[in-house]
Ligand binder design. Structure first.
Ligand code: HEM
Length: 202
């Protein structure tokens, strides 16, 4: 976190971060991202899996959040499709990629918890994106997903954190939000780290 964006210790965000820290660490360890992005084929496989995850979860979050003005700029499915196209997987092949299994999110608090995971991934994603750019020489093309909000990352994250605090006075909603975030991390780990199934991911 940048010094301009300190975490208030008594915030819902601070509690959420602490509650999901083990899940973040488990995902980071299981992902083995440096090995996976070391080759273009490995990077493409990772993007294809992320595409399948975002397709399911952005859809479910959109329905339950019912706030497209807030979610729209945070959707990254089209960025994944553009990167995959750059890596040789055209629209028809992308449309045929598998999606992760359907998910039930119960209301805006659960949707916000799930979105916390997707949106938070833009933070570490900056570092991953720079690493991939250095390895494979991509500019913006081919790196749109990891570039995500680019120079606006800090501002987008601050706005998301402010949204989290809308639930801070409602312990029941906070519990739902937190459980959804933990479940999203676990689902993402299962989906991204599952053994490779032949050519299913392109
Ligand atoms: C796709 C998998 C990942 C997801 C879903 C994810 C999710 C998140 C979330 C939700 C946060 C926000 C934590 C907070 O509340 O402050 C975060 C922060 C962070 N993540 Fe990840 N993460 C992922 C992978 C990684 C990986 C592989 C790395 C290692 C490079 C990483 C490094 C970081 C860092 C450094 C931060 C803190 C950034 C900052 O405080 O400015 N993440 N991530």
């Amino acid at each position: 976190m940048s010094p301009a964006n300190p975490i208030r210790r008594d915030s819902l965000h601070a509690r959420l971060r602490a509650a999901t820290d083990p899940a973040h660490q488990a995902l980071e360890a299981g992902l083995d991202w440096q090995a996976r992005v070391a080759t273009r084929a490995g990077y493409r496989d990772l993007l294809a899996r992320l595409h399948g995850f975002h397709a399911t979860w952005e859809g479910a979050i959109g329905v339950q959040l019912a706030d497209e003005a807030f979610l729209g700029p945070r959707r990254r499915l089209a960025l994944l499709a553009a990167d995959l196209d750059h890596l040789g997987l055209g629209p028809a092949a992308v449309a045929a990629l598998p999606h992760s299994e359907a998910v039930m999110l119960d209301g805006p608090a659960a949707a916000t918890g799930a979105l916390y995971v997707l949106e938070g991934s833009t933070l570490g994603g900056q570092l991953i994106g720079r690493h991939i750019a250095g390895l494979h020489g991509f500019g913006e093309t081919g790196l749109a997903y990891y570039r995500a909000h680019g120079p606006r990352t800090g501002a987008m994250w601050a706005a998301f954190r402010a949204r989290l605090e809308d639930f801070a006075d409602d312990p029941e909603a906070e519990a739902v939000l937190t459980a959804a975030a933990v479940a999203t991390f676990a689902a993402m780990r299962d989906w991204l780290c599952a053994p490779h199934e032949g050519a299913a991911f392109g």
